[in-house]
Write a protein that binds this ligand. Structure first.
Ligand code: PLP
Length: 477
């Protein structure tokens, strides 16, 4: 596809604006005005529209097709979210405005905090963190502050071997050392290994529930008791909240701190590197450590409270990614309690339906009934010279996004599939058909997989080179 500069022709302007007299009408100081005209493309309006509509279809996105990217909860984003987050009362305000002029925005934020607290069973929520990983960092800082206040920050955070890479990363960034806890043969936390590592130097245990294999940690209460008895806290990675929202509340099963990925569980688009939001919820005893400012309400008036001497401080400019908060708020209010519950029921049913259709054709390393996602292994295809990466690339030829691959790390040649609740039976059947066809191809014509994709705007890219080039660019800048 051509660049917009390549379709530009001098004089083909797509806009009309009043001519300004540089000397008298423009209020910008002369010395700050540019000396030469900017080199802008000149394209008529209809061609501009066509250009960008075409561009928007080159990439895969959830509005274009199935997107079963495990761990990421790529659900459909209702368009009403875009309507509300685009209302001028929200988009035309500025964080420096006095509080009394932005009461509606503060009210929305406070109500969202309360809704998330109710959904999770946590007592207080801060909306500041910008994504899940940032929420983890905030949560571990809170755990550290709690222990420091009690006289000893401790040294270690325990993290299961199935955890997302952000877990040990946030642990390290918060000044702790991560210690890996093994998973048992059923894919759940090995409690004996956990017991072995629990001692008075352990500050906390990070648990993802359901874990990244899509399996519910059904001994979570027992785990929480063990961890609490050692004087440590439970951090819950809430990225998989879509699996049980409305049915189980992390706060009721022993979790002390958790994050929400608003951009996963509560729609709001993600995947293109756009802004996310990773609020953190805590139990009552940890409230003093939450980031400042807190939003407080008295007699229907809202204000920011900075007077929290034990707070870990500020962790984001202003108050978080506000427009993402509006989308999540809209999503929750549109669905209400009953339908939020249905969301997770349908997410689980869809995942189990697909799992059942695929498990006789692809290896399923952990056989427990799954929650909202499941993990297959492509290792049986090695004998045809085909890797999971080849399967993933071939899926793109059928107009679908590939599942997450090579994660979790404890499954070799992993394919992590999460269909989400919003997909129809027909879409799930179509995906299963594609997966069976690919299996057949692997057996009879592996080259078609190894050279895939064939129908996408760009063919197979060299990921390693791309990463290296990006580094060169950054280091030059
Ligand atoms: C997505 C995810 C994270 C990180 O969340 P981001 O919002 O991408 O920073 C952490 N843990 C798990 C299990 C996840 O799926």
């Amino acid at each position: 596809m051509e660049l917009i500069y390549e379709i530009s022709k001098p004089g083909r302007v797509g806009y009309t604006v009043k001519k300004f007299d540089r000397e008298t009408e423009i209020k910008i100081p002369q010395k700050m005005l540019r000396k030469t005209e900017p080199d802008l493309p000149e394209v008529p309006e209809n061609e501009v529209v066509r250009h960008f509509v075409k561009l928007s279809t080159l990439n895969h996105h959830v509005d274009k097709g199935f997107y079963p990217l495990g761990s990421c909860t790529m659900k459909y984003n209702p368009k009403v979210n875009e309507y509300t987050s685009g209302l001028s009362g929200f988009t035309h305000i500025h964080p420096f405005q006095p509080e009394y002029t932005v009461q509606g925005a503060l009210k929305l934020m406070k109500e969202l905090e309360d809704l998330l607290a109710e959904i999770s069973g946590m007592d207080y929520v801060s909306l500041q963190p910008a994504a899940g990983a940032h929420g983890e960092y905030t949560g571990i800082k809170i755990i550290r502050k709690y222990h420091e206040t009690n006289g000893d920050p401790r040294k270690f955070i325990l993290v299961p071997d199935s955890a997302h890479g952000t877990n040990p990363a946030s642990t390290t960034l918060s000044g702790y050392q991560a210690i890996t806890i093994k998973s048992g043969p059923d894919g759940r936390i090995d409690i004996e290994d956990l017991k072995k590592h629990l001692n008075e130097d352990v500050a906390g245990f990070m648990v993802t529930n359901p874990n990244t294999l899509g399996i519910f940690e059904n001994r979570i209460r027992e785990i929480a008791d063990l961890v609490h008895r050692a004087g440590a806290l439970i951090y819950m990675d809430g990225a998989n909240l879509n699996a049980f929202m409305g049915h189980i509340r992390p706060g009721d099963i022993g979790c002390d701190v958790m994050h929400f990925n608003l951009h996963k569980t509560f729609s709001t688009p993600h995947g293109g590197g756009g802004p996310g939001s990773g609020p953190v919820g805590v139990k009552k005893s940890l409230e003093p450590y939450l980031p400042i400012p807190r939003i407080v309400e008295k007699d229907g008036k809202y204000r920011f409270d900075y007077d929290k001497p034990l707070s870990i401080g500020k962790i984001h400019s202003f108050y978080g990614n506000f427009l993402v908060l509006i989308r999540a708020y809209t999503y929750i209010r549109m669905l209400g309690k009953e339908h939020l519950k249905k969301v997770s029921e349908n997410a689980v049913i869809n995942a189990n339906y697909l799992r059942e259709k695929l498990m006789y054709h692809y290896e399923l390393p952990y056989t427990s009934t799954c929650m909202h996602e499941f993990v297959l292994s492509g290792k049986t295809f090695k004998k045809y010279g085909v890797r999971t990466l080849d399967i993933a690339k071939r899926i793109l030829d059928f107009g679908m996004h590939a599942p997450t691959v090579y994660f979790p790390l404890i499954v070799s040649e992993a394919l992590m599939i999460e269909p989400t609740e919003t997909e129809t039976k027909e879409t799930l059947d179509k995906f299963a058909e594609v997966m069976l066809k690919i299996k057949e191809e692997a057996e009879t014509n592996p080259d078609i997989l190894k050279t895939a994709p064939h129908t996408t705007p760009v063919k197979r890219l060299d990921d390693t080179l791309a990463a290296k080039l990006a580094k060169v660019r950054y280091s030059k800048a």
